[in-house]
Design a protein around this ligand. Structure first.
Ligand code: F6R
Length: 614
């Protein structure tokens, strides 16, 4: 969602804010703005519709001096993306400026009350209500800005990460969070503030994660102060940031997405490092082993996730049921949280989230917690809200994912799920050592298999040129390949804006086959497995109706090659790991089609990387 950045210290704030906004742009990119307290004490707000580079153009001839400031890149929730609705928002007197990520649910009531007290509003946002409320409290009670923010937040219902600065105050930013992340970077006589650590990493590796329901006084001359809304002093834990700047740059690739697709051999190495023993005899996933009784005695395992992570969870369901014979359910977090689900104290809930910040997944975790379930997290971002809210977990260790379309996180999630299933299967003693070793060796070989699949790059580039015309696509798969088909369709639609649907191949004849004509490209995942023959029959059914078949097949395939219009050949892996291998050509296909269509691949329209609102 929106990105927040702040700086207070001895340097000029503006260049730090702009650089930070560029780093955070993947979180939202419909408008951007900054507020800086100038050396003369005035509070200057500059904001406009568009991307951060538009903001830079807009501020070229403006006074952006000052050593304290806040910046924001927006993903609109209330009010269309335009100059006025962009953040920061001024208070009535223009003495206070505020940026916000989240949604103030009771903004309408608060707004009416403020209007009655003579306040006027410029924007359609919920955020402007909050800054006005802060000013109202401050001016009517004479309290400090910190106290006014605290009092205002007690009256707010909703989710927020905010940063507030005030005219004439060169030293201080007030920040607070509820259900939306905030991290403070601690430098030498200076502080940085951001929605995630990416804007901070080049200045300091010392960070403090603000917890839910806490607010911070960030004053360059004083130690960092963190309290709850009830003014209980919170413990400040300074953590070391494990991130490098090169991970945040494109490294010669035209887009982050392509870079991240090509990083997968290395990210899978990082994911399995120290977990699969070199002899392939064991998998050590400490977060599972330390809680093995919970898993082994679980009545059910329930995955909660959204989007791509939900697709990975569907593969997790196959893996765990297949290898461990534990019943598994997969839930959309957004549905689970609101439908009064049956959760038993002996259920294990696995929350899957790249960002670790997705609001619905976090809320689903809370629902499960209230019902006494044991919660395990599979996250990428270290120290993220979901990672911290769970009882235990396993990181996927794929490094920062900046492209809005998730790629390396998906393959990392599937890899971790395979290791979770193997760890449990071994503990349960229901998988023969030969079978176990075969999958473990498959995991060790995955990086090289993915490297081989990446060599398809040129073939897929050529193929993609033939399909830029398409308005619709169908993706089919069965078994482990079915969720991979769903994921392939999602990749295509989100970055190329071509309508695409994934189905289990055999479901076609129950309705969707009516869509097939000679214009319809159908991507079929037809790699060798125990239902290969059935998949071949499904391909025949499409072919008979004139569909244009792009098949992803195994190296030794003979039958599909004769039927399909185009074949993409991938190397063989154990069947349960094939979703990782087949995903690579599907990611590349979506990428190149989007590029040919001139789409903004890393920042597709209407999307944001981390969905921290409902
Ligand atoms: C698609 C994509 C989204 C995310 C979803 C969940 O490419 O990235 O569908 O998978 O928003 O995000 P996380 O995994 O961060 O919870």
């Amino acid at each position: 969602m929106c990105g927040i950045v702040g700086y207070v210290g001895k340097r000029e704030a503006y260049p730090i804010l702009i650089k930070g906004l560029h780093r955070l742009e993947y979180r939202g990119y419909d408008s951007a703005g900054v507020a800086v307290v100038s050396s003369g004490g005035s509070l200057n707000v500059y904001k406009c519709r568009g991307k951060v580079c538009d903001l830079e153009n807009y501020t070229k001839d403006k006074d952006v001096s000052g050593t304290v400031g806040i910046g924001h890149t927006r993903w609109a929730t209330h009010g269309e993306p335009n100059d006025v609705n962009a953040h920061p928002h001024y208070s009535e007197s223009k003495n206070i400026a505020l940026i916000h990520n989240g949604i103030i649910e009771n903004y309408a009531v608060l707004k009416d009350a403020l209007i009655e007290n003579g306040y006027t509003f410029q924007s359609c946002t919920d955020t402007e209500v909050l800054v006005q409320l802060i000013e109202y409290i401050k001016s009517t009670t004479g309290v400090s800005l910190f106290e006014a923010v605290q009092a205002a937040l007690k009256r707010v219902v909703g989710a927020y990460a905010i940063a507030v600065i005030e005219k004439g105050n060169y030293d201080e930013i007030i920040a607070a969070r509820k259900s939306s992340p905030l991290v403070v970077g601690v430098g030498d006589g200076e502080f940085f503030l951001a929605s995630d650590a990416t804007p901070i990493v080049e200045y300091t590796d010392k960070v403090v994660y603000i917890n839910d329901g806490e607010m911070a006084r960030i004053n360059r001359h004083k130690p960092l102060k963190v309290v709850t809304l009830d003014n209980q002093e919170a413990e400040i834990g300074i953590e070391k940031l494990e991130m490098s700047i090169s991970q945040l740059e494109k490294g010669g690739y035209p887009h982050f997405m392509l870079k991240e697709i090509h990083e997968q051999p290395r990210t899978i190495v990082d994911c399995i490092r120290g977990r699969v023993t070199p002899d392939g005899e064991n998998v050590v996933l400490s977060g599972v082993l330390a809680n093995k009784e919970k898993f082994l005695n679980a009545r059910r395992i329930i995955f909660v996730a959204c989007g791509t992570s939900w697709h990975a969870a569907l593969i997790g369901e196959h893996l765990i049921e297949d290898m461990c014979r534990i019943p598994v359910e997969v839930e959309y977090a957004s549905e689970f949280r609101y439908r009064n689900p049956v959760i038993y104290p002996d259920d294990v809930v696995i929350a899957v989230s790249q960002s670790g910040e997705t609001a619905d997944t976090l809320a689903a975790v809370e629902v499960a917690k209230q019902n006494g379930a044991f919660i395990f997290g599979i996250c990428n971002v270290v120290g993220s809200s979901i990672a911290r809210a769970t009882d235990s977990g396993a990181y996927i260790h794929v490094g920062p994912e900046i492209g809005v379309a998730s790629t390396k996180a998906f393959t990392g999630q599937v890899t971790v799920m395979a290791m979770v299933a193997m760890t449990l299967a071994k503990e349960k003693g229901i998988m023969s050592q030969d079978e176990f070793r075969e999958v473990a060796k498959g995991l060790q070989a995955l990086p090289s298999l993915v490297s081989q699949a990446l060599k398809l790059d040129e073939q897929i580039l050529d193929l993609s040129k033939m399909f830029t015309y398409a308005h619709n696509f169908i993706y089919l798969g069965r078994g482990y390949n079915y969720p991979a088909a769903l994921e392939g369709a999602l990749k295509l639609k989100e970055i190329s804006y071509i309508h695409a649907e994934g189905y289990p191949a055999a479901e076609m004849k129950h309705g969707p086959i009516a869509l097939i004509d000679s214009e319809m490209p159908v991507v079929v995942l037809a790699t060798a497995n125990n239902i290969y023959d059935k998949t071949v029959s499904n391909i025949q059914e499409i072919k008979a109706r004139g569909g244009r078949i792009i098949a992803v097949v195994s190296e030794n395939d003979t039958r599909v090659k004769d039927i399909a219009d185009y074949c993409i050949t991938v190397p063989a892996a154990p069947e349960c790991l094939m979703p990782v291998v087949v995903s690579v050509p599907l990611q590349l296909l979506a990428y190149y089609i989007a590029v040919h269509k001139g789409r903004d691949v890393d920042q597709p329209r209407n999307l944001a990387k981390s969905v921290t609102v409902e």
